[in-house]
Design a protein around this ligand. Structure first.
Ligand SMILES: NC(=O)c1ccc[n+]([C@@H]2O[C@H](COP(=O)([O-])OP(=O)(O)OC[C@H]3O[C@@H](n4cnc5c(N)ncnc54)[C@H](O)[C@@H]3O)[C@@H](O)[C@H]2O)c1
Length: 426
């Protein structure tokens, strides 16, 4: 029998009621884009008596009229310079970082220098050397990463099945997703579609931004420890661009994870239609899969499906961090230290691919519609389906534009540069 949802320790009823004097004074970095979700979440957490929103910083705040009005109505001071917030707001105990990827490392360093707790948006930092150096500063485990799926009932239940051995020995994890992204997505800021912003690494792309969750989910599911995350040993990957961007918009990978599990994934933004992500876990005794973009768990054992809307687990993940920072929970869903597998995997991907390969014009369609313009690789959805069913990379499926790659060991990986992958001319 599968475990009932109520057997998992996710029930809010189990959590202690906060008292008025143990609210967490918090600041937010990044108030528009995904920062909008954070701002709303922080106001709700304030209403619940868990935090006090003490200040907000955003370099673009002078343009964010509605945000400013909202903050002023709630008597929340705002700053244009993130550094000034750190200097002035000495009573804060925690920060949420919803700023863009290139600023994650610097903001985390500034927060750790003041012994603050940090709720850091995913992905943590682009490169393993940045990750190693932040980990050294995070000895007291103050950073949690906002990989919200880890708090979801479907993922928690599947993890439980894997750890308990209900599916037998886990052999493979296969993932696919097609999330179209139009020109407006790439033009919404200065860093979208970039490998570097000046000298600062970005490494934007499906596996390293929008769909980063699914790879981190795989690391969670692959570890036999109840709260553990696996690390990869070897990675093979192919990175492609259909759109004229610096970084990639399509990728596939196969990795050997610690414990012998084979992970395969194919992800793209260069598609016309959406195909929600699917994570299929196959064990020696059965198969179960996360579908509908993470909101449903299904299986071939006749156990009931388990569903949860994403808004619910996104909020739970936030609350779990706050309770951790208040000392009322032993851990958040993802410690910074838990993201090593994810960072090694994505770093191994670019090393294995060696370059980002441009898909020739003959194999893609371009719908030129200004901000709505899209680039789609011909036949990409069937390619993804074959990866899901057979675990094959694109170059192993006989596609004319695909380029084979080298197996990359990531056991000893401690540094890499994205500069060698910058295209000479797009
Ligand atoms: N958890 C999720 O499901 C999810 C979803 C979307 C985005 N994200 C993550 O959220 C982060 C932000 O992404 P986005 O697309 O909203 O970015 P964005 O470019 O829209 O920026 C968000 C906000 O941060 C502000 N900002 C820029 N530099 C800043 C700095 N140094 N300090 C403070 N604020 C700064 C911007 O002005 C903007 O208002 C990324 O890490 C992204 O991966 C997470």
């Amino acid at each position: 029998m599968p475990p009932e949802a109520s057997n998992l320790s996710l029930e809010k009823a189990e959590l202690p009621t906060p008292s008025a004097d143990d609210k967490l004074p918090m600041a937010l970095f990044g108030a528009s884009g995904y920062g909008t979700f954070h701002l709303n979440a922080l106001f709700s957490l304030e209403k619940k008596g868990l935090i006090e929103l003490a200040a907000v910083a955003d370099p673009a705040i002078s343009r964010l009229e509605e945000v400013r009005a909202n903050l002023e109505e709630h008597h929340v001071p705002w700053y244009e310079e993130p550094g000034r917030l750190f200097q002035q707001e000495r009573k804060i105990k925690a920060v949420s970082i919803a700023a863009p990827i290139p600023w994650h490392e610097g903001l985390c360093r500034a927060a750790l220098e003041q012994d603050l707790y940090v709720f850091l948006e995913k992905p943590p930092v682009p490169l393993i050397q940045q990750w190693d150096s932040l980990l050294r500063l995070d000895a007291s485990r103050r950073i949690a990463v906002a990989f919200q799926n880890i708090a979801s009932l479907p993922i928690q239940t599947l993890k439980h099945w894997c750890v308990e051995g209900r599916l037998g020995k886990i052999e493979t994890i296969r993932i696919t997703a097609a999330w179209p992204r139009k020109t407006k997505y790439y033009e919404r800021n200065s860093w979208a579609g970039k490998l570097h912003l000046g000298d600062v690494p970005v490494f934007d792309g499906p596996a390293t931004n929008a769909l980063a969750h699914v790879l981190h989910d795989a690391m969670f599911l692959a570890s036999p420890q109840p709260s553990g995350f696996a690390v990869p040993l070897e990675v093979k990957a192919e990175l492609y661009r259909a759109r004229p961007i610096e970084s990639y918009d399509t990728c596939c990978l196969r990795a050997l994870l610690e414990g012998g599990i084979e992970l395969t994934a194919a992800l793209t933004h260069a598609c016309e239609e959406t195909s929600p992500y699917k994570i299929v876990v196959t064990g020696s005794r059965g198969k179960a899969w996360i579908s509908a973009d993470g909101t449903r768990l299904e299986n071939n054992q006749g156990w009931p499906d388990i569903e949860e809307p994403s808004a619910q687990y996104r909020s739970r993940c936030y609350e779990n961090f706050i309770l951790y920072a208040l000392g009322r929970r032993p851990r958040p869903d993802t410690f910074f230290a838990d993201t090593r597998g994810y960072v090694l995997l994505t770093n191994g991907m670019i090393l294995s691919s060696g370059a980002i390969h441009t898909i020739p014009t003959a194999y893609k369609s371009v719908v030129d519609a200004g901000q709505e313009a899209s680039y789609a690789i011909a036949g990409v959805l069937p390619l993804l389906q074959t990866t899901l069913e057979q675990g094959l990379l694109f170059s192993e499926q006989g596609v004319p534009w695909a380029v084979g790659c080298q197996m990359q060991s990531v056991r000893q990986l401690s540094s890499l540069s994205l500069k060698s992958c910058l295209p000479a001319l797009l």
